[in-house]
Design a protein around this ligand. Structure first.
Ligand code: ADP
Ligand code: ADP
Length: 218
């Protein structure tokens, strides 16, 4: 079973994708991490995507869909983290899944708006792996240093408060409609977790969810 992590920036999707990767062998596909690697390497896609990302706007669908092409080729179960971000991407994903005879369940990270700015402005990221920490909620052992590699952590420029405002507005306008898209009353493909809970409690909910699903664990 493939999982689609749905929720606003700062809801904890990346943090939990890493937990499930470790626990069950899922493969996390984070479109944000892939895009940041393209930007860092200065590839043609990175050059095109950079401006959108620094403003907190969505990168055009055509670029994202081209980038995602092939990501579902391997047979391992995946966690889609940050994709789809709008209805056009969700429709394209459904077509892709049908072609590959694969299915997916969306998991909504339910969270109150007022914690998100604090989570994002306090977020420290390890660029090489996409691992994240939080200055207060989940600090690294040594401040500003990745626990695993010993490399420096960075604060993403788009986690600055001004850009966060736009990212949340973009979420409301373009991504939140996916909740109704997946929660079709006749055929719901949406599960929810309480993402306001501490990190370990959110992990517990997700682990229970995966275990309770036939063929859940990857
Ligand atoms: P997303 O991938 O949804 O944007 P992240 O997983 O990167 O979110 O989490 C955003 C920030 O909030 C990080 O600094 C992370 O350490 C912290 N965080 C994640 N989950 C929780 C939680 N349940 N409670 C408190 N802080 C959290
Ligand atoms: P977060 O989890 O904190 O919201 P991401 O790392 O998923 O952030 O995304 C960072 C930026 O990368 C977005 O603001 C957007 O510019 C771009 N991006 C990531 N995924 C997509 C996508 N599926 N479609 C369009 N743009 C995307």
């Amino acid at each position: 079973m493939n999982l689609i992590f749905l929720g606003p920036p700062g809801a904890g999707k990346g943090t939990q994708a890493k937990v499930l990767e470790e626990k069950f062998g899922y493969r996390q596909i984070s479109t944000g991490d892939i895009l940041r690697r393209h930007v860092a390497e200065g590839t043609p896609l990175g050059v095109e995507a950079k401006g959108y990302m620094s403003r907190g706007d969505l990168v055009p669908d055509e670029l994202i869909l081209r980038m995602m092409d092939g990501e579902l080729e391997q047979s391992s179960d995946v966690i889609l983290d940050g994709f789809p971000r709008n209805v056009a991407q969700a429709t394209a994903l459904d077509e892709l899944l049908a072609r590959k005879k694969r299915n997916a369940v969306a998991v909504l990270f339910d969270v109150d708006r007022d914690v998100l700015t604090d989570r994002l402005t306090g977020r420290w990221t390890h660029p090489g792996s996409g691992r994240t920490y939080h200055a207060k909620n989940n600090p690294p052992k040594v401040p500003e240093i990745d626990d695993v590699t010993g490399e420096p952590l960075v604060q993403r420029p788009d986690d600055a408060e001004e850009t966060v405002k736009n990212r949340l507005a973009v979420y409301d306008e373009q991504t939140a409609p996916l909740i109704a898209y997946y929660d079709d009353p006749g055929d719901s493909r949406l599960a929810r977790v309480d993402a306001l809970a501490p990190i370990e409690k959110v992990s517990r909910q997700l682990i229970d969810f995966v275990r309770s699903h036939p063929n859940g664990a990857a």
